[in-house]
Design a protein around this ligand. Structure first.
Ligand code: FDA
Length: 427
C-alpha cells in the first residue's frame, strides 16, 4: 500500500451529491431541510462557478414564463413533472426571502441587480441552515454499489485534489472513502472546461447501464470559413434585430457579428436546434418585405438605386457597413443600375435573399464558450418524478447531465432548481 493510501477515513451519509453546482446545491438544501444527512462533493475549489459567471455576472436565475416548450429533449414530456412541481415563483420566493434585489428583462428573464454571488451566497446559507456538508477539491476515484448492506447503497473512493504547490512538493493526496444510501449525479455538462466541467456524470451513467443521447456544445456562437467568414468578420461589432430560423424553429432576437462568427441571442437560441451541415436563414429586415418594396419603388421611383431604397425605406434601417457588404455580396453587378433597368425577377430574388439570408456555418465555438451541453443521459431511463435511475436503486441524475436543455433566458437554471428539488424530496 502506498503512502497516500494510509490515511483513510470513512463516513456514511443518507445522500451524497457529486457536483456543487446549481442542481447539486438545490438538491442538497432540499434534502437537508428534511433532516437527511447530506454531503456534497466537488473537484473544483469553489462552489457554483457557472452560477458566478452566468448572465454576465448577474445570473439570469429563472424566467417568469417557464413552459415545457422551452426545453429540448428526446422525450419532450420528461421535464413536465418537475417543472410543474417546482415553478419559477418558488425560486423567486427564496430570492425575495433573502432580500436579493432583482429585475426583469425582456421575455420574462430575471437577473440579480447586483451580482450572481448573491445567488451562490443564498444557496450556501440555505445549505448551511439545513446542515449540508460540502467538500471541495475532491476527486472521485471510484463509485461502487455497496452489496454488503441490505439496502444496497454506494461506496465512494475519493482523494484530495492537490494544489500546484502540493504537486510540486510531491505531496501525497489523502484518500477518503464515503458510503451513502442515495447517490446523486449533478456534475453538469462539458461546457467551459476551465470552470470544472468534466465527463464524470456521463461515465458514471454508463457504468450503471445508462445510455446517452449524443452530446454537443449548445447555446453557442456559430463559426464560418471562406468568404462568408471573411464577410462576417469584417462586420464585427454590428448588432441588429433579426428573425433567425431553420426548418424547425425561428427566433426574433438580436444578432451580433463578431471576429469569430455570428453570436447574439438569436444565434445562441438557434444553436440549440442546429445540426452540423445545416443552413440557417436570417431575415435581416423582419418588418419589411424587401421584394415588394423594391418592386413598388421600381414603379414609383424608377431612377433610384437599390441601396438608396434600402437605406431610406425600411422599418429598421440596415447599418451602413452591413448594407455595403450585402451589396458587394448580393448585387455588385447591378449596384449602379437604376431600378427601371433591373428585371422584376432579380429584385424579387434579392428581396428573398435579404429576408432570408442563407448561411451554412462551418461549426460552433464549441465547449470553450458554450453555455450548455445538449444531449446527455437518456431521460426514458430515469424517473421524471424523482430523477431516480431505472436501473440502479438509489442512483439519481439531475440538472444538465440529463438530456434536457433549456432555451437561453434562465431556463437552464430553472431546470437545475426543479430537478434538484424533486430529487431532494426523496433522497
Ligand atoms: P453545474 O455546471 O452548475 O455544476 C456541476 C458541478 O459539478 C460543478 O461544480 C463542477 O465543478 C462539478 N463537477 C464536474 N465534474 C466533476 C468531477 N469529475 N468531480 C467532482 N465534481 C465535478 N443558465 C441560465 O439559466 N441562466 C444564465 O444566465 C446562464 N448563463 C450561463 C453562462 C455561462 C457562461 C455558462 C457556461 C452557463 C450559463 N447557464 C445559464 C447555464 C447554467 O449555468 C447551467 O445549465 C447550470 O449551471 C447547470 O447546472 P448543473 O448543476 O447541472 O451543473
Amino acid at each position: 500500500m502506498d503512502n497516500h493510501r494510509k490515511a483513510k477515513s470513512h463516513s456514511h451519509y443518507d445522500a451524497i451529491i457529486i457536483g456543487a453546482g446549481a442542481s447539486g446545491l438545490y438538491c442538497a438544501l432540499t434534502a437537508g431541510r428534511r433532516g437527511r444527512r447530506v454531503l456534497v462533493l466537488d473537484h473544483a475549489n469553489k462552489v457554483g462557478k457557472k452560477i458566478l459567471m452566468s448572465g454576465g455576472g448577474r445570473c439570469n436565475f429563472t424566467n417568469y414564463y417557464v413552459e415545457p416548450e422551452h426545453f429540448i429533449s428526446a422525450n419532450q414530456h420528461f421535464c413536465k413533472s418537475a417543472l410543474s412541481r417546482y415553478p419559477s415563483w418558488e425560486f423567486i420566493g427564496m430570492v425575495e426571502q433573502h432580500k436579493i434585489a432583482y429585475h426583469e428583462r425582456e421575455h420574462g428573464q430575471l437577473f440579480c441587480d447586483d451580482s450572481a454571488q448573491d445567488i451562490v451566497t443564498m444557496l450556501l446559507d440555505e445549505c448551511a441552515a439545513a446542515g449540508v456538508q460540502i467538500r471541495l477539491n475532491t476527486q472521485i476515484e471510484q463509485v461502487q454499489v455497496n452489496k454488503n448492506n441490505e439496502s444496497e447503497g454506494f461506496q465512494l473512493r475519493t482523494c484530495k485534489k492537490l494544489s500546484k504547490k502540493e504537486i510540486a512538493a510531491e505531496a501525497q493526496a489523502p484518500q477518503t472513502n464515503y458510503s451513502c444510501e442515495s447517490l446523486v449525479i449533478a456534475t453538469g455538462g462539458l461546457s467551459i472546461p476551465t470552470m470544472g466541467a468534466s465527463g464524470l456524470g456521463y461515465e458514471l451513467a454508463q457504468q450503471f447501464g445508462h445510455h446517452l443521447n449524443p452530446i454537443d456544445a449548445s447555446l453557442v456562437p456559430f463559426t464560418f470559413t471562406d468568404k462568408t467568414g471573411e464577410l462576417i468578420r469584417s462586420l464585427a461589432g454590428i448588432s441588429l434585430p433579426v428573425i433567425a430560423s431553420n426548418d424547425r424553429i425561428s427566433f426574433r432576437l438580436p444578432l451580433l457579428f463578431t471576429h469569430r462568427g455570428l453570436s447574439g441571442p438569436a444565434m445562441l437560441q438557434l444553436s440549440n436546434y442546429w445540426q452540423t451541415g445545416e443552413y440557417l436563414s436570417i431575415n435581416l429586415l423582419p418588418d419589411t418585405d424587401i421584394a415588394a418594396l423594391l418592386l413598388t419603388h421600381k414603379n414609383s421611383h424608377p431612377k433610384q438605386l437599390i441601396r438608396t431604397v434600402l437605406a431610406d425605406n425600411t422599418d429598421n434601417t440596415l447599418p451602413k457597413k452591413l448594407l455595403t457588404a450585402l451589396q458587394t455580396t448580393l448585387w455588385d453587378d447591378i449596384k449602379d443600375k437604376e431600378l427601371a433597368n433591373i428585371k422584376d425577377e432579380r429584385l424579387s430574388e434579392l428581396g428573398a435573399a435579404i429576408n432570408g439570408w442563407q448561411l451554412k456555418p462551418s461549426g460552433t465555438e464549441g465547449y470553450r464558450t458554450a453555455e450548455v451541453t445538449r444531449g446527455g443521459v437518456i431521460t426514458d431511463e430515469v424517473s421524471s418524478k424523482t430523477m431516480q435511475s431505472n436501473y440502479q436503486n438509489g442512483l439519481y441524475f439531475i440538472g444538465e447531465v440529463l438530456d434536457v436543455t433549456g432555451w437561453l433566458g434562465g431556463y437552464n437554471f430553472q431546470w437545475a432548481w426543479a430537478s434538484g428539488f424533486v430529487c431532494g424530496e426523496v433522497v
